[in-house]
Design a binder for this molecule. Structure first.
Ligand code: FEO
Length: 394
């Protein structure tokens, strides 16, 4: 996409990555992503806010050329991760007078990750400002969104927040703006689940601090620009709240059908009790979808056969993922089938130490489920309903 003028003297000069399907060799990106970079011109100085992934450095340089950016004084570097910082060396080469502006921790990171020379870096304190001439950048240190060195920038006169990864979304689209809020909501929620949720307590504090600012536009480093900031702030406040919804995520895998039969019975039993349930067959699941459902769910049930004396590796991965993402889940249980023994329950229960959850009595059965086994599944559904009711989760 060519450069876009957001306001007089402020341009988006980033890159769209329509084809990227995996981030950090880990996170699926069904809708691609963008690396947003912004050029801000004051009367005296010019600042570039973040760069782009190094695979797109030519796009950034072409966009800067297109809008006649002959000088850059400051390269505002919010975050050292390479999808934003990776083109810093190229920008410093193309603009020899430019200085990187970042937090002290970020300085350490870009020196070790990108070998940026010490003399090309200026560090700024929390709340420090930088005058571009009629335009003032205020820097807001914001640790753990999602690295420890991150900062955000508030452009005072224009009331624009540049929050880097925070509040963003992995969504490639031809419009710069978040006009289709339903589509952006799903992408932003998925992004929150995969990247921000483990840092929920920090995110809550950053949201509280930002509530004191008059913000009329949000220009994140991934995904569309928000012209209605309350849309994404309200969504984040909901996702970050301590109140889960009465929803069950059932993440299961089945080798020969017995665990599948149990999972299907549990789904029906929960639906009969008016409890929302989202089953994920782990042999086919997009883990991003699973992560997104974990944002709100009060209850996680893991379904697994016993294989080589323990849980199936896909169930182990689901437990690991839930533990790493630290959702606000309150209850966990396990269902599954075994042939001759094993340590499935002990193994999975031992993997979720980060979660502040109560374990509801698991249902592990021998072989294919019998009528008695189905009654145990019904009892599990009753217990899930009762626990949620007692916790006031509606
Ligand atoms: Fe978009 Fe943490 O980098």
């Amino acid at each position: 996409m060519p450069a876009v003028e957001i306001k007089q003297g402020i341009h988006w000069v980033g890159a769209i990555d329509w084809d990227r399907r995996l981030f950090d060799e880990l996170i699926p990106l069904p809708d691609g992503t963008t690396y947003n970079s912004y050029l801000i011109r004051g009367k005296d100085k010019v600042a570039l806010v973040d760069t782009v992934d190094p695979t797109k450095e030519k796009v950034l340089l072409d966009n800067l050329c297109e809008i006649g950016a002959k000088k850059i004084d400051y390269l505002i570097t919010h975050h050292a991760e390479q999808d934003h910082s990776g083109t810093i060396p190229k920008i410093l080469e193309a603009y020899p007078m430019a200085k990187v502006v970042c937090t002290p921790k970020c300085k350490d990171q870009i020196k070790i990750l990108l070998h940026v020379a010490d003399g090309r870096i200026i560090t700024v304190a929390d709340s420090e400002t930088l005058d571009l001439g009629g335009r003032t950048l205020e820097f807001i240190h914001a640790q753990w969104v999602h690295w420890p060195e991150t900062m955000l920038t508030y452009l005072r006169e224009d009331k624009i927040l540049f929050p880097c990864d925070f509040l963003g979304s992995h969504l490639a689209q031809s419009s710069l703006y978040a006009t289709n809020e339903a589509a952006v909501y799903r992408s932003a929620k998925r992004y929150y689940a995969e990247i921000m949720m483990p840092f929920r307590s920090h995110i809550v504090k950053h949201l509280e601090r930002l509530a004191k600012y008059d913000i009329q536009m949000i220009c994140p480093s991934h995904g569309p620009v928000y012209q209605r900031p309350s849309f994404i702030f309200d969504a984040y406040r909901d996702w970050c709240s301590d109140k889960p919804k009465r929803e069950v995520v059932l993440a299961y895998v089945s080798m020969h059908g017995s665990t599948q039969m149990m999972a299907q019975h549990l789904v029906d039993a929960l639906i009969r009790r008016g409890i929302a349930v989202k089953p994920f067959n782990l042999s086919r699941t997009d883990v991003g979808e699973l992560a997104m459902e974990l944002v709100d769910a009060s209850t996680i049930v893991i379904g697994t056969p016993t294989v080589l004396g323990g849980a199936h590796p896909l169930a182990v991965y689901a437990a690991y993922l839930a533990n790493a993402l630290r959702p606000k889940t309150k209850f966990v249980s396990i269902i599954g089938s075994y042939g001759w023994g094993g340590k499935t329950i002990e193994q999975l229960a031992g993997m979720i130490g980060n979660l502040k959850v109560e374990v509801i009595e698991p249902v592990l059965i021998k072989g294919m489920p019998t009528e008695d086994d189905y009654k145990k599944i019904d009892a599990l559904a009753d217990a899930i309903a009762k626990k949620n009711a007692e916790a006031g989760i509606g």
